[in-house]
Design a protein around this ligand. Structure first.
Ligand SMILES: [Zn+2]
Length: 233
């Protein structure tokens, strides 16, 4: 195996290593991200507050209705009790009673409306609670899967590190360093294959004499355009 093919093999291993490390980083980001849980929790809390408030309004209205009914009973007993005999006073009492009854009817309607709002709020609360439970269990399940994947990746990294060591054995130390620097700056593509006479990364045509040089010697030829090490299969 000449130097370019050896470096090309090394690049494959380095890319495997990089992909595994990148995936571990991504997994950590997913595990740290609790946006969905936050959203579900705050929707549940909001629904709880809303239901409590609606419940309070229903009780308040019931209390008001009761007070009004007491007033009506009092008016009725005064009106029909026979104590008041003055026609003007009786007329006023009649008027007051009719106005109280009108208000009672209005309160009854308001009470019904508030009760239906409370029912809707309770239904929403149930839904938000169920959603929160679902989100929690989904995230727990996801975390179990991701943690297992991380362990698997850590094992792969160990193996790939060993492979990297073996593959880079015998490489001149300066060559290894040049490769590693290039690997970083060229984002995982330090070595480019020549495909149909051109650099497969940037597309520049490579002179035949250079291709022969790559095939026959251990010398590294760099692509004149993108600066990558060239390799031919
Ligand atoms: Zn190139």
């Amino acid at each position: 195996m000449n130097l370019p093919s050896k470096l090309f093999e090394l690049q494959k291993v380095a890319n495997k290593l990089y992909a595994a490390q990148k995936r571990i980083f991504d997994i950590d980001q997913i595990l740290k991200n609790n946006k969905e849980l936050h959203a579900a929790t705050s929707a549940f809390e909001q629904a709880k507050k809303d239901a409590t408030l609606k419940d309070f309004h229903v009780r308040e209205k019931a209390e008001q209705e009761k007070e009004l009914q007491n007033k009506i009973s009092l008016s009725e007993s005064t009106l029909y009790g026979g104590m008041v005999k003055n026609p003007k006073e009786l007329q006023d009492l009649q008027k007051e009673l009719s106005s109280l009854k009108k208000r009672a009817k209005q309160f009854e309607n308001e009470h019904l409306e508030l009760m239906s709002q409370l029912e809707a709020a309770k239904k929403t609360l149930e839904e938000k609670e169920q959603n929160l439970t679902d989100v929690k269990s989904k995230l727990e399940q996801q975390a179990i899967t991701l943690v297992a994947e991380k362990e698997e990746l850590a094992n792969q990294i160990k193996i790939s590190n060993q492979e990297y060591l073996v593959t880079s054995t015998g490489l001149p130390e300066n060559m290894k360093k040049i490769f590693e620097d290039l690997f970083r700056t060229k984002k995982g593509k330090a070595v480019a294959i020549i495909d149909e006479g051109a650099c497969s990364v940037c597309g520049l045509s490579i002179r035949e004499s250079q291709i022969q040089q790559i095939k026959s010697s251990n010398q590294i030829v760099y692509c004149p355009s993108c600066g990558r090490m060239l390799f031919i299969e």
